[in-house]
Design a protein around this ligand. Structure first.
Ligand code: HEC
Ligand code: HEC
Length: 356
């Protein structure tokens, strides 16, 4: 959350991050750097084509032996005891029932504290070289420990959460078995990250279509795909297998919610060009993760398409890549049909038993 990382918390957060992830290699593979599916040129700009995700999930060399870690990470992900009031788990805001995202406009944490940003999906975060709307965390390991001590999320302290979980026999035993250590913060982060890397949106109608099943998408969605790659210019930013260039852009999205201004990527880089720029989100399973944008400004995909058709919002720092599209009503419908075809296969899912 942007408010909570402002100084002095920023320094505390960064310190914690440095201590906890020292030695964790950055996740290198970026799907758009990967470009296994060729390229497409729009308006003179060449970008990696959209297509199925690579089957290999990018994983840092220091976080291995997933077989044992994933189950532990899943328990931690669903365990409210990571929060101060024992009620707010990761799943509270990244809910499997709503595409591992949050149906609230902006998130509500411990004690009803309202955050300034919309909770993004955990689907395919394994492929993100940057985490958060402003990209302030690199790896999922680094990201996972942030919410625990964020006052408007889980509001717990790292000093407190470790002994709290260490008192739970089931965690004690699993940490011994998985890491050969007592419960510790780095282990918590590694296990949660390992679990998150199994949360994937794949095998959508779009994937089936590009892999050769011509019937997987209907005519409208097929026309929508052509618009997405051409006239509607979406692929300038939503490109590669995960439908993101992993870059930051200012679309002039109206700022709603508790924050008056959100400077976005600027808070990380202090570069003028990054004022109000946010990370291009994946569009996979986008039907499940309404509301949309960093502040949840839009409820429906139709509203989002309308917004892009008008050339985004007005902002002095507006990306030169967005401009009015002059889409017809039918083209807008087709574009939405294509976005719907990006919904992944339903993940086999069961709630974990939480240890006592
Ligand atoms: C109170 C709601 C809330 C809770 C609890 C919460 N998150 Fe989040 N999460 C958010 C919001 C809001 C953001 C975006 C914040 C930002 O960009 O500044 C976010 C961002 C993320 C991201 C980055 C995704 C991306 O595409 O950039 C990941 C991954 C994530 N959270 C995982 C977790 C994990 C793991 C936990 C538990 C340890 C957790 N979250 C707990 C609300 C929450
Ligand atoms: C200039 C780059 C760019 C272009 C072009 C672009 N997008 Fe985006 N898109 C983004 C960014 C950045 C965001 C997040 C912006 C924010 O929250 O302020 C976003 C957000 C979205 C969202 C909401 C996702 C979510 O999880 O909240 C949807 C849906 C979307 N775009 C679809 C499209 C479609 C459809 C097109 C083509 C008509 C398009 N985009 C063109 C960069 C772009």
């Amino acid at each position: 959350m942007v408010q909570s990382i402002l100084p002095p918390r920023l320094s505390i957060a960064l310190l914690a991050v440095c201590v906890c992830v020292a030695g964790i290699a950055p996740v290198r593979a970026s799907p758009s750097g990967h470009a296994p599916h060729g390229t497409v040129t729009i308006d003179g700009v060449t970008v990696p084509d959209i297509g199925p995700l690579p089957t290999a999930i990018p994983t840092p060399a220091t976080n291995i032996n997933y077989a044992t870690k994933v189950e532990l990470g899943k328990q931690l992900y669903f365990d409210g005891r990571l929060s101060k009031d024992n009620a707010v788990s990761c799943a509270f805001c990244h809910n499997p029932g709503t595409g591992f995202a949050d149906s609230r406009q902006t998130s509500i944490g411990v004690g009803g504290g309202i955050g300034g940003r919309q909770s993004p999906t955990v689907f395919n975060t394994a492929f993100n070289p940057f985490q958060f709307w402003d990209g302030r965390a690199r790896s999922l390991e680094e990201q996972a420990i942030g919410p625990i001590h964020n006052p408007v999320e889980m509001a717990e302290t790292h000093e407190h959460v470790v002994p709290k979980l260490a008192k739970i026999k089931g965690y004690q035993q699993q940490f011994r078995a998985v890491f050969g250590t007592d419960v510790n913060l780095q282990g918590i982060a590694e296990a949660i990250a390992a679990y998150e890397r199994t949360v994937l949106s794949t095998n959508s109608a779009f994937d089936k279509y590009v892999l050769g099943d011509g019937k997987a998408m209907d005519e409208g969605a097929i026309r929508g795909m052509a618009l997405f790659k051409g006239k509607a210019r979406c692929m300038l930013c939503h490109n590669g297998p995960n439908f993101t260039d992993n870059q930051f852009h200012n679309l002039g999205v109206p700022q709603v919610g508790p924050l008056k201004v959100d400077l976005g990527r600027y808070v990380v880089t202090r570069a003028e060009k990054d004022k109000g720029a946010f990370k291009t989100p994946t569009l996979r399973s986008i039907t499940e993760t309404s509301p949309y944008m960093h502040d949840g400004a839009f409820k429906t995909l139709e509203e989002v398409v309308e917004f892009f058709d008008q050339g985004g919002g007005s902002n002095p720092n507006l990306s030169p890549l967005v401009r009015p599209l002059n889409l017809t009503a039918e083209e807008k419908t087709d574009l939405v049909a294509f976005l719907k075809a990006l919904t992944g296969e339903t993940m086999k899912f069961s709630m974990p038993q939480l240890p006592k």
